[in-house]
Design a protein around this ligand. Structure first.
Ligand SMILES: Cc1cc2nc3c(=O)[nH]c(=O)nc-3n(C[C@H](O)[C@H](O)[C@H](O)COP(=O)(O)OP(=O)(O)OC[C@H]3O[C@@H](n4cnc5c(N)ncnc54)[C@H](O)[C@@H]3O)c2cc1C
Ligand code: SF4
Length: 328
């Protein structure tokens, strides 16, 4: 691990100033991903800027709209009474991630920005365009069991590993950001990027910007929601496939529905075509199967992850059945 400086800031402006004057500086929140990456030699910032004392540690409610500060711990958010009442999907997704110890440290902002778990990204002896642009992608012809089936490019086929992000994209969350040019709001659907020709960039956040919080707009989806995660072990494992499903039902008619998948793309993958198909239809196994077929259009597998082409629609149908409560 390289030597680095550590500084603790007490205002967002000071954090932004640190990022502006030193391009190699990195913010540290819970440190559960960044410090690992530094130990592996994947990242080597000259300076760590501790943002744990900026007052971004509150959860506020405005009717049903929730404002969650960037340094709220995942354990705190997932157990918060308002999150459980208004946005249970978010709690379900966060509780399926990592372990209780890690969730006690991990923050909302850090979870949004956690890096991929592609093994080659962590192995500094292997070519990896995300770690070292232009060096090549070891996964395309390598062991790609965990990798993408949607939206990949010939420079990178990695997936976003976060469970929380899948729920946030389904819930139309807004990421609140501050930077040298002022404050801005980024819709969650636009926050993460597809790899394209620049896989080194995971998000649309500028290097000098800081996440201050997350807003989740009020909705009528709380009564029917499920986060279903399929993984190699029951805990402490990243998703092979996960599905966030939440809906507003009137009798058995689907008035509104939100669907997103994890473990399938470089960004949390919203399933808008399947949502459009289901709106106004009856919650039935037949309709869920058709929606899953629509959702899988354009999917492409690699040598070791072809099983995802079957696992993904099966997981989606099961999540819809559980969320809607239908027995079939
Ligand atoms: C063994 C293990 C298992 C795990 N399993 C899962 C899992 O199953 N599912 C899952 O979703 N996650 C899992 N995780 C990942 C874990 O959720 C993340 O490590 C954690 O959420 C990162 O949050 P942090 O606050 O510790 O981030 P940090 O490590 O502090 O930061 C991560 C990145 O975010 C940046 N950053 C942090 N806060 C801000 C901010 N406010 N503004 C701008 N930049 C910021 C940092 O500069 C850094 O680049 C696992 C982690 C480990 C170690
Ligand atoms: S899939 Fe992406 S992260 Fe993995 S080796 Fe290829 S370029 Fe690197």
């Amino acid at each position: 691990m390289n030597n680095f400086q550590y500084t603790r800031v007490s205002s967002p402006a000071a954090a932004i100033a640190e990022l502006s004057k030193d391009p190699t500086a990195k913010l540290v929140a819970g440190g559960t991903n960044l410090i690992d990456l530094m130990k592996y030699g994947v990242m080597a910032p000259d300076k760590l800027v501790d943002i744990n004392h900026l007052g971004f540690n509150e959860i506020k409610k405005d009717n049903g709209t929730l404002h969650i500060g960037a340094t709220v711990r995942n354990a705190v958010a997932s157990g918060n009474a308002d999150v459980l009442k208004y946005q249970p999907l978010l709690s379900q997704a966060m509780l399926s991630g990592a372990s209780p110890q890690l969730r006690n440290k991990a923050t909302m902002g850090g979870n949004l920005l956690q890096r991929t778990r592609c093994g080659y990204f962590y192995d500094i002896s292997a070519p990896c365009n995300k770690r070292e642009p232009g060096s090549g992608c070891s996964a395309i012809e390598g062991y790609n069991r965990m990798h993408a089936i949607f939206g990949a490019s010939d420079t990178c086929i990695a997936v976003n590993p976060s469970d929380m992000n899948v729920a946030l994209v389904a819930l139309d969350a807004i990421i609140m950001v501050a930077g040298p040019k002022g404050n801005r709001k980024i819709p969650m659907a636009d926050f993460h990027r597809l790899p394209g020709t620049h896989p080194e960039l995971d998000t649309t956040l500028d290097k000098k910007e800081i996440i201050t919080g997350i807003v989740i707009p009020d909705n009528h989806l709380a009564a029917h929601s499920t986060y279903l995660k399929v993984r190699d072990r029951a805990s402490y494992a990243f998703a092979l496939i996960s599905v966030a499903a939440t809906m507003d039902l009137e009798g058995s008619t689907i008035k509104d529905v939100r669907l997103a998948m994890g473990g399938v793309a470089h960004k949390p993958w919203r399933l808008t075509a399947a949502e459009e198909f289901l709106k106004g239809k009856t919650a039935s196994l037949e309709n869920f199967n058709q929606a899953a077929e629509i959702a899988m259009k354009g999917a492409k597998a690699y040598e070791f992850n072809a099983f995802k082409l079957k696992l993904a629609p099966n997981t989606m149908v099961q999540a819809l059945k559980t969320a809607s409560g239908i027995k079939a």
